[in-house]
Design a protein around this ligand. Sequence first.
Ligand code: ZN
Length: 247
Amino acid sequence: MRVLILSDIHANLEALTAALEDASRAGFDDVVCLGDIVGYGASPAGVIDQIVALAPRLIVRGNHDKACAGLDPATDFSPLARRAMAWTRRQLSPEALRTLAALPRGPLAFDADTALCHGAPFDEDFYVLDTMDARRVLMDPPARLCLHGHTHVQTVFHTDDGVVVDETPAGRAKHVVVLNRHEHWLVNAGSVGQPRDGDPRAGYAILDTAAETVELYRVVYDVPRAQQRIRAAGLPAALATRLASGK
Ligand code: ZN
């Protein structure tokens, strides 16, 4: 089975459309979403509709989904994120807000080998940024493979005889992670709608359960159109400019 992994779409319909087109060429049979469907971008309703239409097998909530649904006061949000959240809440129908409010907190079991979460299994809002952070997950892992998001950077950490190794790829349109059965893996699918590694291309991943691989992808999308929507919506201009720099 090939499972499309979408994370941190952040209401960016242009990026989601490009990722889905690219993923269709690569091929997938199932979909999971690792949270932050909305927040920052200018197409929250369109992105929620698109995700609902895809009927993912599992969706875990992200911190922005939780805040937009009114389940979190978002006191730790930056002023930019808080403004975008207030705007997003005004755009969404009661039904769309109920969809966000109903999303479960991670970690969720995809199968016996694979768990899904937004930030980390022990804290949905935790940022796994480096080997020290990854160690906290990999020393008490929820499954052999843990897929997550939240940092908006595609990262790959795994154990190797008890040592945590960073095998984060750089700069390729496609990178294949070959999962070693005897080790534990922590793979960040990256962000579809707001990458932060200096590369503006949308990021997503595909888990191939038969091949025991995770494919990490980056795909060019219509950044100017997504920026134009953000400006036209009256959202902070910084949310548009950062899409071009991928930061
Ligand atoms: Zn996010």
